[in-house]
Design a protein around this ligand. Structure first.
Ligand SMILES: NC(=O)C1=CN([C@@H]2O[C@H](COP(=O)(O)OP(=O)(O)OC[C@H]3O[C@@H](n4cnc5c(N)ncnc54)[C@H](OP(=O)(O)O)[C@@H]3O)[C@@H](O)[C@H]2O)C=CC1
Ligand SMILES: O=C(CO)COP(=O)(O)O
Length: 341
C-alpha cells in the first residue's frame, strides 16, 4: 500500500482520491479549510464539491501540507492552476525525500505561459522529485465519483514512470493509457477549456449543433496549430487529451467552462457568471494566456482571439460569432498538398 498525497480537495482532487482509495492506496487529501477536512473525516462526504457521494473511509483529509506529503512517494497536484505555485512553494519546505509528482490540473500560467509541469520543475528542486507526470483526458469528477466508465492518459517523458503512475490509478471503471508527449497532453487539456467557453456561449445564444460542431472542429485546428508550434506531437490532439476532452467539455452539462460560456451567451456579465459558478473556470485565465502566447509566437487562433475580446474587452458574444463567420475565406488545411493523393 503506497502513501499518496492528493493536494487540492475540490471536485477533481476528491474524485481522484476516491479512485486511489478504491485501488487500496493510503490517501491523504489536502485542502485549506478545516471544516471541509472535518466533514471528509467524520461524515465521509464533500458535499460542496461532490454532493451525494459517499467517500471511502480510507481517505484521510488534512489542512496540514506537512502531514499530507510526509513520507508520500507520490504527490498528486489538483489545485486550480492559479494556486499551484504558492502551494508548491510552501510544500517544498516539508519534503524530506524525492517524490513522483503527478498533476491533474488544466491551465497555462498567464504572463509566463508556463505549462504546469514546467511550474513544478521550477518550484521543486531536482533532488526532491524523481519524475513529473500529467494525468488528463475526458473525465468529469461527477461521473468518476459515481464510478462510471472513464478513460484518461498519463504522460511522462519517461514512459516507464508513466506506466508506474498508470498502475496506481487504473481499475475497472477508470482506464488509463500512457503517452510520452507531455507538451501535447498538457496543452490539449488547457486549451480545450477556451473552446468549451465558446461552445457554451454558442448554445447560450441559441445557436444549434452545426455551430457547436464547427467550434469543436475549428477549435481543435487552432489548438493543434499552437500545440505543434510549441513542440507537441500533432497525433496527441487526435487522442483522449485532445479531441476526447474537447468533446466532453463542449457537450457536457457538468463542464464549468461550458456552463460559464452558456451564461455569457445569455447576456450575464463575467463577474456575475464567476460568482454564480463558485468553482474554478480555468478557461478564463487560459484564454488570456493563450491569446498572448499565440501572438508572441505568431500563431493564428481566431476563436481564442474573439473570446478574449468577449471576456476582457466587452465585445458582445453575438458580434464575436458574426466576426468569425465573416473572416476572409480560407482553405480548411493550410498545407493543401497534404490533402492531395
Ligand atoms: N472537476 C473536474 O471534473 C475536473 C477538473 N480538472 C482540473 O482540476 C483542477 C482543479 O479543479 P476542481 O477540483 O474541479 O476545482 P473546484 O472548483 O471543484 O475546487 C477548487 C479547489 O481549489 C481550492 N482552492 C481555490 N483557490 C485556492 C488557493 N488559492 N489555494 C489553495 N486552494 C485553493 C478550493 O478550496 P476552497 O473550497 O477552500 O475554496 C477547492 O478545494 C483544475 O485545473 C481543473 O481544470 C481536470 C479534470 C476534471
Ligand atoms: O476537464 C474537465 C473534464 O475533462 C472538466 O472541465 P470543466 O473544468 O469545464 O468542468
Amino acid at each position: 500500500m503506497n502513501k499518496i498525497a492528493v493536494i487540492g480537495s475540490g471536485s477533481w482532487g476528491t474524485a481522484l482520491a476516491l479512485v486511489l482509495a478504491d485501488n487500496n492506496h493510503s490517501v491523504f487529501l489536502w485542502g485549506r479549510r478545516a471544516d471541509q477536512a472535518a466533514e471528509i473525516n467524520t461524515e465521509h462526504t464533500n458535499a460542496r464539491y461532490l454532493p451525494g457521494i459517499m467517500l471511502p473511509h480510507e481517505i484521510k483529509a488534512t489542512t496540514s501540507l506537512k502531514k499530507a506529503v510526509d513520507g508520500a512517494e507520490v504527490i498528486v497536484l489538483v489545485t486550480p492552476t492559479k494556486a499551484l505555485r504558492e502551494v508548491l512553494h510552501e510544500m517544498k519546505g516539508h519534503l524530506e525525500k524525492p517524490a513522483v509528482f503527478v498533476h491533474a490540473s488544466k491551465g497555462i500560467e498567464p504572463g509566463t505561459y508556463k505549462r504546469i509541469s514546467e511550474i513544478i520543475e521550477e518550484e521543486i528542486p531536482d533532488s526532491l522529485r524523481t519524475a513529473v507526470a500529467v494525468l488528463s483526458g475526458p473525465s468529469h469528477a461527477e461521473e468518476v465519483s459515481l464510478r462510471q466508465p472513464t478513460t484518461v492518459t498519463v504522460s511522462c517523458e519517461d514512459i516507464k514512470r508513466a506506466e508506474q503512475v498508470q498502475d496506481l490509478f487504473i481499475n475497472q471503471n477508470f482506464r488509463v493509457y500512457t503517452n510520452p508527449d507531455v507538451i501535447g497532453v498538457e496543452l490539449g487539456g488547457a486549451l480545450k477549456n477556451i473552446i468549451a467557453l465558446g461552445a457554451g456561449m454558442s448554445d447560450g445564444l441559441g445557436y444549434g449543433d452545426n455551430a457547436k460542431a464547427a467550434l469543436i472542429t475549428r477549435g481543435l485546428a487552432e489548438i493543434a496549430r499552437l500545440g505543434t508550434s510549441m513542440g507537441a506531437n500533432p497525433l496527441t490532439f487526435a487522442g483522449l487529451t485532445g479531441i476526447g476532452d474537447l468533446i466532453v467539455t463542449c457537450t457536457s452539462v457538468h463542464s464549468r467552462n461550458w456552463r460559464a460560456g452558456n451564461m455569457l451567451g445569455k447576456g450575464i456579465a463575467l463577474e456575475e457568471v464567476l460568482s454564480q459558478m463558485g468553482m474554478v473556470v480555468e478557461g478564463v485565465r487560459t484564454t488570456k494566456a493563450a491569446y498572448e502566447l499565440a501572438r508572441s509566437v505568431d500563431v493564428e487562433m481566431p476563436i481564442t482571439n474573439v473570446l478574449y475580446e468577449v471576456l476582457f474587452n466587452g465585445k458582445e458574444p453575438k458580434q464575436a460569432v458574426d466576426e468569425l463567420m465573416k473572416r476572409s475565406r480560407t482553405h480548411e488545411v493550410e498545407d493543401l498538398s497534404s490533402l492531395r493523393a
